[in-house]
Ligand binder design. Structure first.
Ligand code: HEC
Length: 253
C-alpha cells in the first residue's frame, strides 16, 4: 500500500513539473536564435500605440496591413474610435475598414525592383527580434545604395534615416587559421546624425517590432491573459484531484 501511495504522490509531482516546464518553454520560445533580444512587449499598450503611430506615418504608404481593421486597433490599443480616426487614419478610410493601401503593385515593382509586401503576418514569420535587427540594420553601401545587415541587398530604402541618421559599415581584417585574410564587419559608424539618439532610435525600432508582432496575432493579447487562468485552473484542479485521491484511498487503507 505504501508504494502505491508513493507512486501516486510522484505522479502528482510529475504533473506539476510538466506544467511548469510547459509554461517556461512558452516564454523561452518568444526569442529567435541569432538576433539580439528586441525587448518588444505586446502587453505594453503605450509601446503599441507609439508603434502604430510610427507605422502609419512611415510604413503604411508602402506596406498594407490587409488583415487589420482600424476599429480592432482602437479596442486593443485602448483608444477611442475618434482618437484612431484623428491620429492614425490619413486616407478616406472608415473606422471599420482594413488597413489597405492604394499603391499599384506593378508600379511599385518598377520603382523599387520589388513590391513592398503586406506586413500583416510579418511578426509571425520573422519575429520581433528579427524586425528589431532589420529596422536598425540599414546602412549605406560603398556605391551609395541602401543595404541591410538582416536582409542582404534589400530593395527597401531606409525610410527612418532622418530619425536614425545614416550609418556605414567599418570592416576589420581577420586572418583564418590557414593564413587567409578576409574582411569582417566590425561595427557601424554614424556619418550623418539623426534627430533621435541611438537609445531613442532603439526604442522606436522596439515599438515598431512590438506593433508588428501584435498585428501578426492580435488574439495573443487575450490568449496570454486567458493562459494565466488556465494554468491557475490546472493547479487548482491538481490540488482537488489530490484531495479526492486521499479521500478514496482512506477507505482502501
Ligand atoms: C517607399 C516604400 C517603403 C516604405 C515607406 C517602407 N517599406 Fe518596407 N519594404 C519596401 C520594399 C520595396 C520591400 C522589399 C524589400 C526586399 O525584399 O528586398 C520592403 C520590405 C520590408 C520588410 C521585409 C519583408 C521580408 O521579410 O522580406 C519589412 C519587415 C519592412 N519592409 C518593414 C517596413 C517598416 C516597419 C516600414 C516603416 C518604418 C517600412 N517597411 C516602410 C518598401 C517600403
Amino acid at each position: 500500500m505504501k508504494t502505491l501511495q508513493i507512486k501516486a504522490r510522484a505522479t502528482c509531482l510529475f504533473t506539476a513539473a510538466v506544467l511548469l516546464l510547459a509554461a517556461s518553454f512558452s516564454v523561452a520560445l518568444a526569442g529567435e536564435a541569432g538576433f539580439e533580444r528586441s525587448g518588444a512587449n505586446i502587453e505594453d499598450t503605450a509601446s503599441l500605440q507609439r508603434g502604430a503611430k510610427w507605422y502609419v506615418n512611415y510604413c503604411l504608404g508602402c506596406h498594407s496591413l490587409n488583415y487589420m481593421r482600424y476599429n480592432r486597433l482602437a479596442t486593443d490599443l485602448q483608444l477611442s474610435d475618434d482618437e484612431v480616426m484623428q491620429n492614425l487614419v490619413f486616407s478616406n478610410a472608415k473606422i471599420g475598414d482594413t488597413m489597405t493601401i492604394a499603391m499599384d503593385e506593378e508600379q511599385a515593382e518598377d520603382w523599387f525592383g520589388k513590391a513592398p509586401p503586406d506586413l500583416s503576418l510579418i511578426g509571425r514569420s520573422r519575429g520581433a527580434d528579427w524586425l528589431y535587427a532589420y529596422l536598425r540594420g540599414f546602412y549605406k553601401d560603398e556605391d551609395g545604395s541602401w543595404n541591410n545587415s538582416a536582409l542582404d541587398n534589400v530593395a527597401m530604402p531606409n525610410v527612418l534615416w532622418r530619425l536614425q541618421g545614416i550609418q556605414i559599415p567599418v570592416y576589420r581584417e581577420e586572418t583564418t587559421e590557414e593564413g587567409y585574410t578576409h574582411e569582417v564587419l566590425d561595427h557601424y559608424e554614424l556619418t550623418t546624425q539623426g534627430t533621435q539618439s541611438a537609445q531613442e532610435y532603439e526604442e522606436t525600432a522596439r515599438d515598431l517590432a512590438a506593433f508588428l508582432e501584435y498585428v501578426g496575432e492580435p488574439a495573443a493579447l487575450q490568449r496570454k491573459s486567458i493562459g494565466v487562468w488556465v494554468i491557475l485552473f490546472l493547479v487548482l484542479f491538481t490540488f482537488l484531484a489530490y484531495l479526492l485521491k486521499v479521500e478514496y484511498w482512506r477507505d482502501v487503507h
